[in-house]
Design a protein. Structure first.
Length: 119
């Protein structure tokens, strides 16, 4: 369990807000989160002949929360990154939507964030 946690923490470091999460990176993170989640479930659901100590229960709870948090972060990362970059470079363009409508004769040519970040 410790090695999976360390692996997940190392991989989660790529969620640094500095680059778009590629498909291979996302798949690797998803696989690690899945392995850790399955290991957690196996440990938690095993009927041991003894009760978990308070310290063990706390650790299991922390692991569950970490897995859930990173899983949520992976799912929302690219959309948040694109939004961050749009805000970062907004000062470099004028009204992009009106320029798009003039050039195309219809709505803007930009894709929605959901379209750009779907994998």
């Amino acid at each position: 369990m410790d090695s999976l946690e360390a692996d997940l923490e190392t991989q989660a470091a790529i969620l640094d807000g500095q680059h778009y999460l590629t498909t291979p990176e996302r798949k690797q993170l998803d696989a690690t989160v899945q392995r850790l989640s399955e290991t957690y479930t196996d440990i938690y659901s095993t009927n041991w002949p003894f009760r978990y100590s308070e310290k063990d229960l706390d650790r299991l709870s922390e692991i569950r929360e970490t897995v859930q948090s990173i899983s949520k972060r992976v799912r929302s990362y690219n959309a948040e990154f694109v939004e961050q970059e749009l805000e970062r470079y907004a000062h470099l363009v004028t009204d992009v939507e009106s320029v798009g409508s003039i050039a195309s004769g219809e709505g803007h040519a930009l894709h929605t964030i959901e379209e750009m970040t779907s994998i």
